[in-house]
Design a protein around this ligand. Structure first.
Ligand code: AMP
Ligand code: GLY
Length: 420
């Protein structure tokens, strides 16, 4: 009899994780908490209408179902201590405890961690007081980056090119708590994600997100409008360098700090003329980076994450499809500020073939109709023999899908294509 696995979360990332886990011959059933209509439609996958941040509910359900492994998708349950509660209950879990998740939960904590362990990152100051923060602004050249300390879903960062913008951000973010002001870094962003288990580091393939709403990296910051993997900027040499300068020192730093860690560690990097620097750490997979990564991963995800959750030795490397994968996020009208919800999605049922997969994110089901229910609605993901072919396939599939006010970027993958 196969294993039962639970996935916490209900976005595009969790649809991709659940889809991949369900492909394992070892897995009989996957339970998504709460999942979405996309996960509900997958073979072997069921949704459970529970709150993924409610540790008591999650532990009780995992016990009742005889769950062999819980995989935690988003940051909220990690920061809320659901990993800790599952471990206390003796249930194998992939995703760090609260102490490890602080690397994402507090930017001040992450900066102090990087400083302590010699990781490359922007110079910064931490402030709780307006006068001190404004004093720092006077002493440092523009542009600067002002960041709220806690989780802010992409809304807590302002890159300020004008003094007035910097001051406004300082005043606004200080109302919520401590802030960071840091040096502006020039370069190209990339996402480097690894499985980290108490000093062991197993890198995933490199990927690149597109954080701004509009083509050419214009418009407001979002959760991510598209992603692709592999990315030429993280070639073999640069990946080795990131492992050496960022990921291994981070894993070692956690050990030195006596912080147990079992989960994904995501370094958001700025790669400039002096090499990679860490913009942020996340204690989970990226969304939408996960969608292309899961399309390319050939290794058995269940075996891998169970091995990690048990603290056993990780494999030396993962097996990847040599093809490129690219995900275009389809977002609702009004995203990111005021997404319009409740629109029926047309064209979802067109068969796309094995090279294309539509991952659900902000969707809900109304009888047999799938309707929009969030800002980022779908992640249309395609494999291709080259990045250009993956891009062409993804956009061909996007063309079949419609709802009022649907918005998406037309240029996902452009940096990779430019370098290739
Ligand atoms: P974060 O949440 O810290 O990753 O910041 C969100 C976005 O702000 C990043 O994806 C970057 O585009 C930008 N950003 C953050 N910190 C810096 C920095 N020090 N220099 C330049 N851009 C930055
Ligand atoms: N795509 C960026 C993130 O998941 O944080």
């Amino acid at each position: 009899m196969g294993a039962k696995v639970m996935v916490l979360g209900g976005g595009g990332r969790e649809h991709a994780i659940a889809w991949k886990l369900a492909q394992s011959a070892e897995v009989a059933e996957v339970y998504c908490v709460p999942g979405n209509p996309g996960t509900a439609a997958e073979a072997k996958v069921h949704n459970l209408a529970l709150k993924p941040t409610d540790a008591d509910q999650v532990v009780a359900a995992a016990h009742a179902l005889g769950i062999a492994l819980v995989v935690i998708g988003p940051e909220a349950p990690l920061v809320a201590g659901v990993g800790d509660a599952l471990r206390r209950a003796g249930i194998p879990v992939f995703g760090p405890n609260t102490a490890g998740a602080m690397l994402e939960g507090s930017k001040a904590h992450a900066k102090a961690f990087m400083e302590r362990h010699g990781l490359p990152t922007a110079r910064y100051g931490r402030f709780t007081d307006t006068d001190a923060a404004l004093g720092y602004l006077r002493d440092h050249p523009l542009p600067v980056v002002v960041k709220a300390d806690g989780l802010a879903a992409g809304k807590g960062v302002v890159v300020a090119f004008e003094q007035t913008d910097a001051e406004a951000a300082v005043r606004q973010f200080l109302q919520w708590g401590p802030i960071i002001i840091e040096e502006f870094l020039a370069g190209e962003e990339a996402s480097f994600i690894a499985i980290v288990v108490d000093g062991q580091v197993l890198p995933l393939a490199g990927s690149q997100d597109h954080k701004r709403l509009r083509d050419g990296d214009q418009g407001p910051n979002t959760g991510g409008m598209g992603a692709y993997s592999p990315t030429p900027i993280l070639d073999t040499a640069m990946s080795e360098r990131v492992l050496r300068e960022v990921m291994r020192p981070a894993a070692q730093g956690l050990m030195t700090d006596r912080t147990p860690y079992c989960g994904f560690l995501y370094a958001g990097l700025m790669i400039g003329s002096t090499g990679p620097k860490v913009l942020e750490f996340n204690c989970r997979l990226g969304d939408p980076e996960t969608q292309p990564l899961m399309m390319r991963l050939r290794s058995d995800l269940y075996t891998l994450l169970l091995t990690a959750a048990c603290g056993d030795p990780l494999p030396k490397a993962l097996d990847w499809d040599s093809r490129a994968a690219l995900c275009v996020v389809l977002a609702a009208a009004g995203y990111p500020d005021h997404p319009q919800v409740g629109d029926p999605i047309l064209g979802l049922n067109k068969t796309q073939g094995d090279a294309v997969k539509i991952f659900h994110a902000g969707t809900t089901a109304d009888d047999d109709t799938v309707i929009t229910a969030g800002g980022r609605v779908l992640g249309v993901t395609a494999l291709g023999e080259s990045l250009a072919i993956a891009q062409q396939r993804a956009y061909a599939a996007v063309a079949d899908i419609r709802w009022p006010g649907l918005q998406y970027r037309q240029d996902i993958g452009y940096r990779g294509l430019r370098r290739a």
